[in-house]
Design a protein around this ligand. Structure first.
Ligand code: ADP
Ligand code: MG
Length: 693
């Protein structure tokens, strides 16, 4: 027999909800009674700040309670206004209305006790213009002295009575009805350790708070719930891997020594620290699952190559998977250079490689002759087989889904996993999204770099910027000019980029100007890229296809057209295409439209080169949804979650979730049974990766 809680019933079953109302609620996205009670208020009206007139401050929002002493209509110039004067024994206050006069006038009677709410002004006496009011002597059902929850709604729903008042009424029905049991899933020891209020109390208080502390405590509890389950997911995923025993690498090996000695630069302290962390992972028998987070140009590739060297010394193979062909090819070029010197055999697999050649590579991979394979998604296709795959490296890991990783991992026998990302993200988000991995941060750029100089340019200054670019090109440097290209306005964007290219060809008529856009076929893009790489093009005009991928140390200028249309993270990535050599580089953001938001973004972009600061600001301004696009992050949907402010809650939730999984890896203890139930309902699509039974 299964016990069913009526809380999960359809909203139709709720008292006060007929078929029509149910339909409206469903159209709004609320199907069950449970969802209705979890529809959290958008904001609150605070009617608790009751003040005596003699005790008020000009400019504050306050509630004043007093008796009506007079009411009259006045003329100010040509405007008619209605004025009610109230007194509370300590002084007098005028309430003013400019329109809708007749019905307001009807409402008040001399000697009525009323409460008014609004901002206090002083002009010929103390005033509130258009106050909210309750006539206390006429009705008991008023809001004075209360905090009133406000819900988002649509104007259509409001017109049908589903406004804040409507929501409050329905939710009150749930809370007052004893048959709806709000069962707490967190065990009581956890509640008391974290000083959390019960779920029942939290939901009651979030809708019907008596004080501001009620709201605070309720919100804390509800946020904790969300973060706790996310962290529990991470803890379980991580635990699942911990049982994953792999090869343990005790020695550094000859390859590492040889590659290291062949380098013509010194590793940065950050690179050395990260390598040490990786070494410890490889030594232990648990399989490594580490993410290297490092800004563009911070030198992640060499760290990956040195890791690969350790693995290859024990006669195992390494696969590096990159999200685009260009990126794969460039990795191949630079990795080959490191590897050939020490006689390691490398290969490249992308969809560009002709079948005949591919077959040879596939054979050599299978036999183990190729030690280090670099490729795109092609690597996860069926025919790719390894002799003994010991390490997989995933570049720009957020561009791949979990299933891609899984497919590649399955080609080896518990291979080590090293992921890399150039998208610096705030710590709170990082432990949320990458919470199942160990994280290493490269927070230092190689010493030979000069900081990029960034300027914000308005259209009237653009001619002198072109002159500057000409000078750079005369001294042999190369430039990028980037145009936006987004799906919604693709056609217009392509036209703008094309005509920009035509114009620049004229302006830079002494130079070779190339053009690529995101809609061209790969061969066309590649041939232009190769020309840029070889220095046969002085200036490359492009839509965002150069966003990730290329490393051209001789490129010293990037001009971003309509910079106001890009997100900060994107601008940061674009800027990272230059400043990769030892020469001074320059970034010009051309702003063609001014909005407060764009101004703010671009101001931040010109004031810092630090990817972590930029990502923090980006998160604050855009929220996590936009921050990542879609892919693997669909699990952060809750309205109460706010990553830029929830840091302390996230850390508490993480600690509790990880401790719980250490003590009870399959959540089978009696006290954790309910958590397991909720978890399975929430993350049913992830259960194949987690295996908790
Ligand atoms: P990213 O982290 O963006 O992937 P790369 O690994 O492509 O950066 O490195 C960018 C450039 O910096 C490469 O040309 C690389 O050879 C060089 N590089 C890496 N580490 C150092 C270092 N410690 N000192 C000087 N140059 C370095
Ligand atoms: Mg890279």
């Amino acid at each position: 027999m299964t016990y069913s809680n009526p809380l999960y019933d359809d909203v139709t079953y709720l008292k006060g909800v007929g078929p029509k109302r149910a339909k409206q609620l469903k159209a709004y996205g609320i199907d069950t009674i449970y969802e209705l009670i979890n529809n959290i208020p958008r904001k609150y009206l605070d009617r608790t700040n009751i003040k005596k007139i003699s005790n008020t401050k000009i400019g504050e929002q306050a509630v004043i309670i007093g008796k009506v002493v007079s009411k009259n209509i006045k003329m100010i110039g040509k405007r008619r206004l209605f004025q009610v004067t109230i007194s509370d024994g300590t002084g007098e206050l005028q309430c003013i209305w400019f329109n809708g006069l007749s019905w307001i006038m009807e409402k008040f009677k001399i000697d009525d006790e009323i409460a008014v709410y609004g901002k206090l002004e002083f002009y010929n006496g103390l005033k509130i213009t258009h106050p909210d009011f309750d006539i206390l002597s006429q009705s008991e059902n008023h809001n004075t002295g209360q905090i009133i929850s406000q819900y988002s709604s649509t104007s259509e729903l409001k017109s049908k009575g589903l406004d804040s008042r409507g929501f409050r009424k329905l939710i009150k029905n749930i809370i007052l009805n004893d048959k709806y049991i709000i069962d707490d899933f967190l065990p009581s020891d956890l509640l008391s350790q974290e000083k959390l209020i019960s779920l029942d109390q939290a939901l009651n208080q979030i809708h019907f708070p008596k004080t501001n502390d009620d709201i605070k405590n309720a919100l804390y509890r509800l946020k904790f719930n969300e973060h706790f389950f996310i962290q529990l997911l991470m803890a379980l995923k991580r635990n699942n891997q911990k049982n994953n025993i792999g090869h343990s690498y005790q020695k550094r090996g000859q390859y590492l020594k040889n590659i290291y000695e062949s380098l013509n630069f010194q590793l940065t302290n950050a690179q050395i620290r990260v390598l040490r962390e990786i070494r410890a992972d490889l030594k232990s028998k648990e399989v490594m699952n580490r993410l290297i987070q490092g800004d563009v140009g911070s030198g992640k590739t060499i760290v990956a190559v040195l890791t690969a060297a350790i693995v290859m010394s024990e006669e195992k193979q390494v696969a590096l998977m990159a999200p685009t062909e260009i990126l794969a090819e460039q990795h191949y070029e630079s990795i080959k250079e490191y590897c050939e010197k020490v006689h390691i055999t490398c290969g490249l697999i992308t969809s560009n490689i002709p079948q005949k050649e591919k077959n040879i590579i596939l054979n050599e991979l299978k036999s183990g002759e190729i030690q280090f394979i670099i490729g795109t998604h092609s690597l996860i296709q069926e025919p790719v087989k390894f002799n003994d795959l010991g390490l997989i490296i995933i570049d720009e890991q957020h561009r791949f889904g979990v299933e891609h990783r899984k497919l590649l991992i399955e080609k080896g026998n518990s291979p080590q996993v090293l992921s890399m990302t150039a998208t610096p993200i705030p710590r709170t988000l990082s432990i949320t999204i990458h919470g199942d991995m160990d994280i290493s941060i490269i927070d230092e750029l190689p010493k030979n770099r000069l900081p990029i100089k960034t300027s914000l340019i308005y259209p009237d200054k653009i001619e002198s910027t072109y002159e500057f670019m000409k000078q750079e090109m005369i001294s042999g440097r190369q430039c990028f000019v980037v145009y936006p290209l987004i799906d919604e306005s693709e056609k217009l964007d392509l036209e703008a980029a094309k005509s920009g290219y035509e114009k620049l060809k004229l302006i830079f008529n002494d130079f070779k100007v190339g053009y690529i856009n995101g809609k061209m076929n790969k061969d066309e893009i590649d041939s232009q890229m190769i020309k840029m790489n070889n220095g046969e093009i002085n200036c490359l005009v492009a839509t965002t296809v150069i966003e990730v991928g290329i490393n051209i140390p001789n490129a010293t200028v990037i001009m971003v057209e309509n910079a106001e249309r890009f997100g900060m993270t994107q601008l940061h990535q674009l800027r990272g295409r230059i400043g990769r050599g030892s020469k001074q580089s320059y970034c010009f953001f051309i702003q063609r439209k001014k909005t407060p938001n764009a101004d703010k973004r671009l101001k931040i972009m010109t004031s810092t080169l630090d990817g972590f600061i930029i990502s923090d600001e980006d998160l604050k301004m855009r929220g996590p949804g936009d921050f990542f696009g879609t892919k693997q992050h669909g699990f952060i949907k809750s309205k109460v979650v706010d990553f830029s402010n929830d840091g302390p809650i996230i850390r508490r939730a993480r600690q509790q979730a990880f401790e719980m999984v250490i003590k009870d890896p399959k959540l089978n203890l009696n006290k954790n049974k309910k958590i397991k139930q909720v978890f399975k309902r929430k993350y049913h699509h992830m259960l194949e990766f987690i295996k908790i039974g």
